[in-house]
Design a protein around this ligand. Structure first.
Ligand SMILES: Cc1cc2nc3c(=O)[nH]c(=O)nc-3n(C[C@H](O)[C@H](O)[C@H](O)COP(=O)(O)O)c2cc1C
Length: 311
């Protein structure tokens, strides 16, 4: 990792598809990470998992995998779709019951020996490419975080992204960055994650020793947040973003799938806009992509002043 403070688009299943990652890159995200993909599904040749790894964004971009079997994880990163990325991030933080009960995601936080084997196996298989690990502060407190970060470092991880919430917190409650200074003294770069949305917070994270930040939900519908975090000028046109997002997705999905995917993205792009709620409801009930596009065009024709955000 370079000395530069890095702004990352956090991986978010169902949201950070290749189209959104590409748009975030255009607005200055330094690093993007794919949605989590099952290493087992990749190895078994699952078509959807492989398609989820379609990539168009510029480097650096990481692919995130989950799993708990070192051999399978190592095999998965040698698949061309994964090799097409600049590095691999291993998910050791996911709190979702279905994932944890399978021994994946944050279950590995409770099994550091196996977690270490997974990291080493992936690192070996990746040869010279970097590997990172994303994990949470802990299960219900932060007692194990320092040891887990040390284990990641000693197993070959090049950096770690820490979501400063516990698994018990899921996605609510404040992120607690108290441990960040200690973690950043361990000799492995730390990307801080949890409710980051302003330049001031980035400054604070940098002062506390972080090498960068990962922005999650604050990036929903606001790809320009990456320009804001760097005080870079930008012009964001919501209708253009919606149309290019859909057009990009059409490269890999049929129109029916794109229409469904776009519904949630449009809800994000329109969130907080005056009169945006009623059109969002209409979009949710629309039958196809043409109808969705027409509704959005009509909305911005009626309220042209809501189309552009300039910073
Ligand atoms: C809808 C959703 C999907 C997520 N999917 C993933 C995922 O696939 N992999 C992962 O490591 N974290 C995932 N996360 C966690 C985020 O990467 C991030 O750690 C979390 O949202 C905290 O950051 P924030 O407070 O800035 O949103 C997801 C979060 C949300 C809200």
């Amino acid at each position: 990792m370079s000395d530069k403070f890095v702004t990352t688009l956090a991986p978010m299943a169902g949201y950070t598809d290749f189209a959104y990652r590409t748009i975030c890159k255009d607005f200055g995200a330094d690093l993007t990470v794919t949605e989590m993909v099952s290493s087992k599904a990749l190895v078994m040749g699952n078509e959807l998992s492989r398609r989820m790894l379609f990539r168009e964004e510029t480097s650096p971009a990481f692919c995130q995998i989950f799993g708990h079997e070192p051999d399978i994880m190592a095999e998965s990163v040698q698949i061309p779709e994964v090799m097409n990325y600049d590095g691999v991030d291993i998910n050791m933080g996911c709190p979702v019951r279905k994932i944890v009960s399978n021994g994946d995601g944050s279950a590995l936080f409770e099994n550091p020996r196996l977690a270490s084997q997974c990291i080493s196996a992936v690192k070996l298989a990746l040869k010279n490419k970097p590997v990172s690990v994303k994990f949470r502060l802990g299960i219900s407190d932060s007692d194990g975080a320092v040891d887990f970060a040390k284990m990641c470092r000693d197993s070959g991880a090049d950096f770690v992204t820490v979501h400063f919430r516990t698994r018990k917190q899921m996605y609510s409650g404040d992120a607690d960055f108290t441990l960040l200074p200690k973690l950043s003294q361990l000799g492995i770069p730390i990307i801080a994650n949890g409710d980051i949305s302003t330049k001031q917070q980035c400054e604070k994270m940098r002062e506390m020793g972080a090498s960068g930040v990962a922005v999650g939900r604050a990036a929903f519908g606001r790809p320009y947040i990456f320009s804001e975090l760097k005080d870079k000028r930008f012009e964001f046109d919501a209708l253009d973003a919606i149309e290019s997002h859909a057009k990009l997705l059409c490269k890999i999905f049929n129109e029916r799938v794109v229409a469904n995917e776009m519904k949630k993205h449009i809800a994000c792009y329109l969130k907080g806009k005056r009169n945006g709620k009623s059109v969002t409801v209409e979009v949710m009930n629309a039958h196809d992509l043409d109808e969705i596009t027409a509704l959005c065009r009509n909305f911005f024709q009626t309220y042209p002043q809501l189309r552009r955000t300039i910073g």
